[in-house]
Design a protein around this ligand. Structure first.
Ligand SMILES: O[C@H]1[C@H](O)[C@@H](O)[C@H](O)[C@@H](O)[C@H]1O
Ligand SMILES: [Fe+2]
Ligand SMILES: [Fe+2]
Length: 304
């Protein structure tokens, strides 16, 4: 197995370190079993199948697609980039997710803390030595605290669901694409072409993504100077960007570093998606391990 992990130094100017991956030798056989069906007996991410979640999820995407505009995202990034709302530790934030249920998800109606631990534990089974990836699993959805009053109490459409670039044409592969017809950017010639506000190979870092838990948690991790490698930050920031990592759209906006990091996101996605189940994790049992990882990669208190 060839996985090289440079542990970055902790410091403001420390560059995001790379974790290189040799896919041909990277075998995962630790025992995580991919389930064919979700808790409701359907295949994962089927947005059209009749189920108890279908109607609510579609309503969610209508609101999401109408309201996520370039100007809205710009405003949210500026506002939340100040990180002036709350001060707390990573673990305290995990516990806040006890009260959060995600309305965009056809596969899960459990409190989000379950999903965090299920994802992290599933990764740990197959990649026992990649502790940074376990921690990435634990924290990737922490941005959903944006739903809570002390974080601004944003509506679900501004926090969860798949993400996509704003400022250029909305790709057909995006879930419930038809609702973009009512998004004002869709009829704005500055934003409705293949490249829109961007240029070929400009790099995802220069692309504005619809606002939600991904970009927020990226901002929190980055500005609080995590020592996690760049692949972890990429996973956190783009894990909901299914039109890219599943459908292969928008690759014309990627640069070389994005291409490298996308390999890790593909690995991560398997655990994020297929670990969703009704099988509960014993939080108290696994807590000491995750708290030790948090100590390794984050300061004790973070600004949110
Ligand atoms: O419904 C889900 C959920 O909100 C996830 O946290 C997000 O990452 C997915 O992309 C989305 O489809
Ligand atoms: Fe997510
Ligand atoms: Fe997730």
């Amino acid at each position: 197995m060839t996985v090289l992990i440079d542990q970055p130094e902790f410091g403001i100017e420390a560059e995001e370190k790379k974790v290189t991956i040799d896919e041909t030798e990277f075998v995962s056989d630790g025992g995580f079993v991919v389930s064919q069906t979700n808790s409701f007996g359907h295949t994962f991410r089927d947005y059209d199948v009749e189920s108890e979640r279908q109607e609510g999820v579609e309503k969610f995407y209508r609101n999401n697609h109408i309201n996520q505009t370039y100007d809205f995202v710009k405003k949210m990034r500026e506002d939340y980039g100040k990180l002036n709302r709350v001060e707390m530790s990573i673990w305290e934030c995990c516990e806040l997710l006890n009260d959060v249920v995600d309305e965009s998800d056809p596969d899960l109606d459990e409190p989000q803390i379950e999903h965090l631990l299920q994802t992290a534990e599933a990764i740990r089974k197959d990649y026992p030595n990649e502790d940074w990836l376990h921690l990435t699993g634990l924290i990737h959805d922490l941005g959903k605290v944006l739903l809570l009053p002390s974080f601004g109490g944003l509506p679900q459409w501004a926090v969860v669901g798949d993400t996509f670039p704003v400022g250029c044409a909305f790709d057909q592969s995006i879930v419930h694409h038809k609702y973009f017809n009512e998004n004002p950017d869709n009829s704005n010639p500055a934003y409705n072409t293949k490249y829109g506000a961007y240029s070929k190979g400009c790099g995802l870092n220069n692309v504005m993504m619809s606002w939600g838990h991904d970009d927020y948690m990226y901002l929190v991790a980055k500005h609080n100077k995590t020592s996690l490698p760049s692949a972890a930050l990429f996973i956190i920031r783009y894990h909901s960007f299914y039109s890219l990592h599943r459908a292969g759209a928008y690759t014309h906006l990627m640069n070389e570093e994005d291409v490298e990091n996308l390999k890790w996101l593909h690995i991560f996605n398997k655990y994020d998606l297929y670990s969703k189940s009704k099988v509960r994790i014993d939080v108290e049992k696994v807590k000491p391990y995750y708290v030790s990882l948090v100590e390794k990669y984050f300061p004790a208190t973070l600004k949110w």
